[in-house]
Write a new protein. Structure first.
Length: 340
């Protein structure tokens, strides 16, 4: 059974399941979910906790032994198994499947790790455990989902703030929920009355937002010039190689050009051919409305020039050039703008 992190606490309050599968790329939600299970497990008599890490050298017999040997001091056993790759291998898959058949009410097993794909979710061991337990996918939060998470966390901590404060925190901590939690804790210490103003929050919090190249692409497709520049600045500060961004921009130009060609021929867009899922189709349609064939031609020329310059190590300030390129996706009239 799949339960999202914002509903996980309510699910736990309805009763513990024998298995919990907590996977994703968002560490704060993952840590929160694990801590929630620990708390409820302790309240239900799971007094002893064992932690195992299923790395390349892991002996899966240790997991079997942990589930079959109860402590002298506790009648109920709580086991956490970290599965870094999300793939237990042949032996691990067999043992996990066996455990799903032989579930014990005195054994609680939590398996957690990084983001997993459909191949893992469709595997026999995963389906067997999921059928009797709970799967919690922990994905990065953006936009309204991020703001709702911030509001809920501040409510739990006793903070009562204006929507402007929530918006500010979402901008400063986007892509970094761990930093967001720390900033909320700091606000609680600085303003124990629970009602800091926007000005007070601006002075207290630090911009700790984190982004990846794929998020930058979505912002460019949406036509948000201000946010795209901020993302580039953060990516540069994190040491992301310019070639990676260049690859992503070139790929998106190719996709947009193919979509534009279909549109000019009066053909329906084959989204599946370009592997563009429904939740992102609106972004591409928005970009196609803004970018004319002339804009695409200018972009192509600039991309080719930048690509050659990077390969020959002739770019002194690559992120300035990349910013110029990104703004042409908006588009902005920068083709004659001097970069030095």
């Amino acid at each position: 059974m799949q339960v999202y992190p914002n509903r996980f606490a309510a699910s736990l309050n309805k009763g513990l399941q024998p298995f919990y599968l907590i996977f994703g790329d968002e560490p704060q939600q993952k840590l929160t979910a694990i801590n929630q299970v620990r708390k409820i497990a302790l309240q239900n008599g799971f007094d002893e906790r064992q932690t195992l890490v299923a790395d390349a050298q892991f002996d899966w017999q240790k997991l079997l032994e942990a589930t079959q040997t109860l402590s002298l001091f506790s009648s109920r056993q709580y086991i956490e198994l970290e599965l870094p790759t999300g793939k237990p291998g042949a032996q691990g898959s067999k043992i996990l499947t066996e455990l799903s058949v032989q579930s014990n009410p005195d054994i609680l097993l939590v398996i957690y790790g990084a983001k997993i794909g459909k191949d893992v979710q469709n595997s026999k061991w995963f389906k067997s455990l999921d059928k009797q337990g709970v799967y919690v996918p922990c994905y990065p939060l953006e936009g309204n989902a991020l703001q709702q998470w911030l509001m809920e966390q501040m409510r739990i901590q006793g903070l009562h703030v204006s929507p402007d404060v929530t918006q500010l925190l979402s901008e400063y901590c986007e892509g970094n929920l761990l930093a967001a939690s720390q900033e909320i804790e700091k606000l609680c210490l600085l303003y124990p009355n629970g009602s800091p103003t926007l000005e007070q929050v601006e002075q207290a919090v630090v911009d700790q937002s984190r982004y990846n190249v794929f998020q930058l692409i979505d912002v460019l497709l949406a036509g948000d010039s201000q946010k795209s520049v901020k993302m580039l600045y953060r990516l540069e500060s994190e040491g992301v190689e310019p070639n990676i961004i260049m690859w992503a921009l070139t790929r998106e130009w190719q996709v947009l050009r193919a979509l534009q060609a279909s549109k000019q021929l009066g053909q329906p867009i084959n989204w599946n051919q370009h592997r563009i899922w429904k939740n992102r189709q609106g972004l591409y349609l928005s970009a196609l409305q803004r970018l004319t064939p002339l804009h695409m031609q200018q972009l192509q020329q600039k991309l080719n020039t930048m690509d050659n310059a990077l390969k020959q190590s002739q770019v002194l300030r690559p992120y300035v050039e990349l910013c110029h390129l990104c703004l042409l996706f908006i588009p902005m009239a920068l083709e004659n703008f001097a970069l030095n």
